[in-house]
Design a binder for this molecule. Structure first.
Ligand SMILES: Cc1cc2nc3c(=O)[nH]c(=O)nc-3n(C[C@H](O)[C@H](O)[C@H](O)COP(=O)(O)OP(=O)(O)OC[C@H]3O[C@@H](n4cnc5c(N)ncnc54)[C@H](O)[C@@H]3O)c2cc1C
Length: 408
C-alpha cells in the first residue's frame, strides 16, 4: 500500500519539500494543505518589485503550476488545518480530514500586530501575503504620506518602495538606532543615511502610544508626546511563529517548533521546516529561529530527504539579503556585539564588507553591494579557523585567496 505524506502550509518550505519529495523518488500520495488560495510562492518580491513595478506574480511561484499536476501533488488551497492528532496520525480541518503516514509542518510566521490598546488600529496595514501586498500597493499612491512603524528589514524595504512610488515616508523606530538588534551600530547609521538621502524621515527612540483617525488622516502619538500624521500607517514590528497547531498536538515548542538538524520534531513521523522552526545552529551554540528565504529553502529539502529515510542534516552558515533602493545588503552568520569589527572598503563609497571576529575567528560578514564576496566569506566562516584580522581588512588581499589558503 502506498504511503500518504501530508504537508501543512502552502508557502516556500512547503513548495520546496513537495518538489524534493518527488525528485528524490517518493511515489505515494502527497497532499499539500495551505490556508492561502495561491500555489506556493516566494515572498521577497512582495516588499520590493511587486510594489514598485508591473510585476508578473507568476514569476514568484516556487514551482511552475504544471509541476503539481504532472507530479500528482494534491494541493488543497484556502484550507486551514485546525488540528493535528500526532499519535493517531490524522489532520482535521473544517469539513474534512486526512490520515497521514508522515507529516511536514511548514506553517511559517504571521505579523506581530500592534496592541489594540493603542486605539484605532483597524486601518493599520501589515505585510506577509500577496493579499497584503495587493492592499498596500493599492494604497501607495504618489504623493500620499505613509508612516511605517518599525525600522526592521520589512519596514525599511517598504520605505524604499514607497519612496520609489513617490510617497512621503516617515519611519518610527523604537530602538535608538536602526537594526541595532541584528547588526553592528555603524551599519544602522549607514543605512539611515541611505534612507535620508532618498528623502525618508527616520525617527529613532520613539514608541507609539496612541493611534487614531481624524477626517481620513491617521494620527500616531508617541510616548514622548510627539504626533505624526499620515494618510496611511503600515506596521512591520516582527513576526510570530504559527506553531499553535504543534503546541496543541503536544510537539516540543518554544517560540517555534523545536527540531533537530534533521528537521525532526519531538514526535515520530512529524518533521517541520522554515520560519516556524527553532533549530540548533553550531555557529551559535544554541537554537535559533530564522526567518529567511535561504533557511526555508535548505531546511525544507533536508526535511523531505529525511522523511524518505535519508540522513540529511541542516547546518549551513546562515545567509540572508535585503534590497533597498540600489543598496543590496547580504548578511552571513550572526552579527553580535561581542565581536571586534573590521571594514573592508569604504562606507562612503557604498560598497564595503563589515566583518566581525571573536577569539581570532571570523563570525559574521555584512556585505554591502559586495555580493561577489559571499562565497569566500562563507568558506572562511565555515572553516572555523583562526584568521589574521589585518588580512581580512586589507582590500589588497583577495578574500578568495584567504579562503583558499584557509581551506587548504
Ligand atoms: C514581504 C517579505 C519579504 C521578504 N524578503 C526577504 C528577503 O529579501 N530575503 C530573505 O532572506 N528573506 C525574505 N523574506 C523571508 C522569507 O520569505 C521567509 O523566510 C519564507 O517565506 C519562509 O517560508 P515558510 O514556508 O517557512 O513560510 P511561509 O512562506 O510564510 O508559508 C507558510 C504558509 O503556511 C500557511 N499556514 C499557516 N498556518 C496554516 C494552517 N493551520 N493550515 C494551513 N496553512 C497554514 C500560511 O498561510 C502560509 O501560506 C521575506 C518575507 C516577507 C514576508
Amino acid at each position: 500500500m502506498d504511503e500518504t505524506y501530508a504537508i501543512i502550509g502552502g508557502g516556500q518550505a512547503a513548495g520546496v519539500a513537495a518538489r524534493t519529495l518527488r525528485k528524490e523518488g517518493f511515489c505515494g500520495r502527497l497532499v499539500l494543505i495551505g490556508e492561502e488560495p495561491e500555489l506556493p510562492y516566494e515572498r521577497p518580491p512582495l516588499s520590493k518589485d511587486f510594489l514598485t513595478r508591473d510585476y508578473d506574480f507568476a514569476r514568484a511561484g516556487i514551482n511552475p503550476p504544471a509541476f503539481y499536476r504532472d507530479n500528482a501533488v494534491e494541493v488543497m488551497g484556502g484550507v486551514r488545518v485546525e488540528r493535528v492528532d500526532a499519535a493517531g496520525r490524522r489532520l482535521e480541518w473544517r469539513g474534512g480530514g486526512l490520515a497521514f503516514d508522515k507529516l511536514l509542518v511548514a506553517t511559517g510566521c504571521r505579523p506581530r500586530l500592534l496592541p489594540p490598546a493603542l486605539g484605532d488600529t483597524a486601518g493599520v496595514l501589515y505585510l506577509r501575503s500577496v493579499a497584503d501586498a495587493r492592499r498596500i500597493k493599492a494604497a501607495l499612491r504618489p504623493g500620499c504620506s505613509v508612516i511605517l512603524i518599525g525600522g526592521g528589514f520589512i519596514g525599511l524595504e517598504l520605505a524604499a518602495s514607497a519612496r520609489a512610488l513617490g510617497c512621503e515616508v516617515t519611519v518610527l523606530e523604537a530602538a535608538t538606532a536602526l537594526l541595532s538588534r541584528a547588526l553592528p551600530t555603524g551599519f544602522g547609521a549607514f543605512l539611515q543615511q541611505v534612507h535620508a538621502g532618498h528623502g525618508v524621515r527616520i525617527e529613532t527612540a520613539v514608541r507609539p502610544r496612541a493611534i487614531g483617525r481624524e477626517g481620513g488622516t491617521s494620527l500616531v502619538t508617541c510616548a514622548d508626546g510627539r504626533r505624526f500624521e499620515a494618510d496611511l500607517v503600515i506596521a512591520g514590528i516582527g513576526v510570530l511563529p504559527n506553531d499553535d497547531l504543534a503546541v496543541a498536538a503536544g510537539l516540543g515548542c518554544d517560540d517555534g517548533i523545536m527540531v533537530d538538524r534533521r528537521a525532526r520534531t519531538s514526535a515520530p513521523h512529524i518533521w517541520a521546516a522554515g520560519d516556524v522552526t527553532r533549530f540548533p545552529v553550531a555557529l551559535q551554540g544554541r537554537r535559533v529561529r530564522m526567518e529567511t528565504w535561504d533557511n526555508a529553502q535548505k531546511q525544507a529539502a533536508v526535511a523531505a530527504r529525511n522523511m524518505l529515510g535519508r540522513e540529511s542534516t541542516h547546518d549551513e552558515v546562515p545567509w540572508m539579503w535585503t534590497d533597498q533602493y540600489d543598496t543590496n545588503v547580504q548578511i552571513l552568520g550572526f552579527p553580535s556585539a561581542d565581536c571586534e569589527t573590521f571594514t573592508r572598503g569604504r562606507l562612503e563609497e557604498g560598497a564595503f564588507v563589515l566583518m566581525g571576529c571573536r577569539d581570532g575567528f571570523l563570525r559574521y560578514a555584512v556585505m554591502v553591494n559586495s555580493g561577489r564576496e559571499r562565497r569566500p566569506l562563507t568558506s572562511l566562516i565555515q572553516a572555523g579557523l583562526p584568521i589574521p584580522a589585518q588580512s581580512l581588512a586589507d582590500p589588497a588581499v583577495p578574500l578568495r585567496e584567504l579562503a583558499a589558503r584557509q581551506v587548504a
